[in-house]
Design a protein around this ligand. Structure first.
Ligand code: ARG
Length: 457
């Protein structure tokens, strides 16, 4: 007969290829802590329910602790013939305590076991992602606070639009990241039901106490439908979709750093610790870390797509396709962690160049809207007409090769007689930025605090 745990009904041995394609131990060994914790909760519950005798249960619990110590010390042994982490743990338990190990799997299937382990792993990853994002937010707030008054061009279509502050620009990312944290927190709350006890798919005839195992493993409650419990991977998709969206934000910030670090912009100088050189061009200072963050985002989005496509055609309940759920999640988690940390490192160590930013803000007639607004406010001109007048002023400045605020008053008066000396108060980039006091606007000092504005009460 076959040597497999499940080999009772088989006469022939598995082909090497069968063994190879079937094995998930190479990656699901990352679930070992969760697997042992969930097995301990299950064993204790079986004991308390009188399903497994106290003595055998104690042997199982002690054996599982021993295995945890071994794995912690030596790593998880990778034996493909044992298929996965669940079989690896059970096999070792049998070596340690003998036939009593065989009682652990009472009223349990690998189907509810893997659903439980994986949920616990993803749950921890939600917490870790939220904590890492908060670190990055802290780094952004620090830099934003230092640059609350640093004027830079704000862009639309990557064309100079209106002056903003660097602090305001960086805090835009703070907002995106705040939503990302809330997505991970929300996903965690939604996934926190325990599938343990759903067994293979239909539940079990043993008198389980699913509330107790749920509580012991930090879940809010047991899942309500056994079929859904073993076939649902929404929790992994929720995690991946939060990760994909977060990585998209990281990618946009990385993209800005790449553009800003180019000599043509020169808005920022990345520190030596986060730049690389070229093997052939000695002058190069490349923003590789930012480019990799941008690249990783593509891979994380791919992980989400991968699992969605895996799941979309599966009938209830468990199919082995679902073993492919783990690698995209593990990959995405690793990529997201390094991306957040590297971007944080770049932000903390880079040097912004306020002179370059100011010069760029002053170049593109970025205060044209301020001139139009002034005509509306001070001369009662309808905005559309003011827009037209301002267009003529921009043209005049362009012809003279100067900025709007460098036009002589008579040149402005020639365009529109209603313009007077006071207009120069609004044509500087500083005045422009200071004037944007609407809630959420770029003015540095709106509600008393420097860059962190509060909603007016
Ligand atoms: N290694 C499997 C997985 O990751 C565990 C569940 C196996 N269940 C089964 N019926 N073959 O999905």
């Amino acid at each position: 007969p076959s040597q497999k745990t499940w080999g009772g009904r088989f006469r022939g041995a598995a082909s090497d290829l069968m063994t190879k394609i079937n094995a998930s131990i190479g990656f699901d060994k990352r679930l070992w802590r969760e697997d042992i914790e969930a097995s301990k909760a299950h064993a204790a519950m079986l004991r308390d329910q009188g399903i497994v005798g106290a003595e055998d249960a104690e042997a199982i619990l002690k054996g599982l602790d021993t295995i945890a110590g071994e794995f912690e010390r030596d790593g998880v042994p990778e034996r493909v013939e044992l298929e996965d982490i669940h079989m690896t743990v059970e096999h070792r338990l049998t070596e340690l305590i003998g036939p009593a190990a065989g009682r652990l799997h009472t009223a349990r299937s690998r189907n509810d076991q893997v659903a439980t382990d994986f949920r616990m792993w993803v749950r921890t990853s939600c917490d870790e992602a939220a904590a890492n994002i908060r670190e990055l937010q802290r780094a952004l707030v620090d830099v934003a606070d230092r640059h609350a008054d640093t004027v830079m061009p704000g862009f639309t279509h990557l064309q100079v639009a209106q002056p903003v502050t660097l602090g305001h620009h960086l805090l835009a990312y703070y907002e995106m990241l705040r939503r990302d944290v809330s997505r991970f927190v929300d996903a965690r709350r939604r996934m926190n039901d325990s599938p343990l006890g759903a067994a293979a798919l239909a539940g079990t005839g043993f008198s389980l106490d699913r509330d107790t195992t749920a509580k012991a493993l930090g879940f809010d409650r047991p899942t309500a439908n056994s079929l859904d419990s073993v076939s649902d991977r929404d929790f992994a998709l929720d995690y991946l979709s939060a990760a994909a969206q977060c990585s998209l934000h990281l990618s946009r910030l990385a993209e800005e750093l790449i553009i800003w670090a180019s000599p043509q912009f020169g808005f920022v100088r990345l520190s030596d610790s986060f730049s690389t050189g070229s093997s052939i061009m000695p002058q190069k200072r490349n923003p590789d870390a930012a480019e990799l963050v941008r690249g990783h985002s593509g891979r994380i989005i791919g992980c989400l797509t991968s699992l969605m496509v895996t799941m979309k055609g599966l009938p209830l309940a468990y199919s082995k396709d679902m073993q492919d759920d783990k690698e995209p999640v593990f990959d995405a988690a690793d990529l997201l962690t390094i991306s957040i940390q590297a971007l944080g490192g770049m932000i903390e160590t880079c040097e912004f160049v306020p002179e370059r930013m100011r010069a760029a803000a002053e170049q593109g007639f970025s205060t044209a809207t301020d001139l139009a607004d002034w005509l509306v406010r001070e001369a009662g001109v309808p905005f559309r007409e003011a827009h037209h007048v301002t267009g003529a002023a921009v043209k005049a400045a362009e012809d003279r090769g100067c900025g709007l605020n460098e036009l002589p008053l008579n040149a402005l008066k020639a365009i529109d007689a209603r313009i007077d000396q006071r207009v120069f108060d609004v044509l500087s980039v500083d005045a422009s930025v200071r004037s944007r006091t609407s809630y959420g606007g770029t003015a540095p000092n709106v509600f008393g605090s420097r860059s962190r504005k509060r909603r007016p009460t």
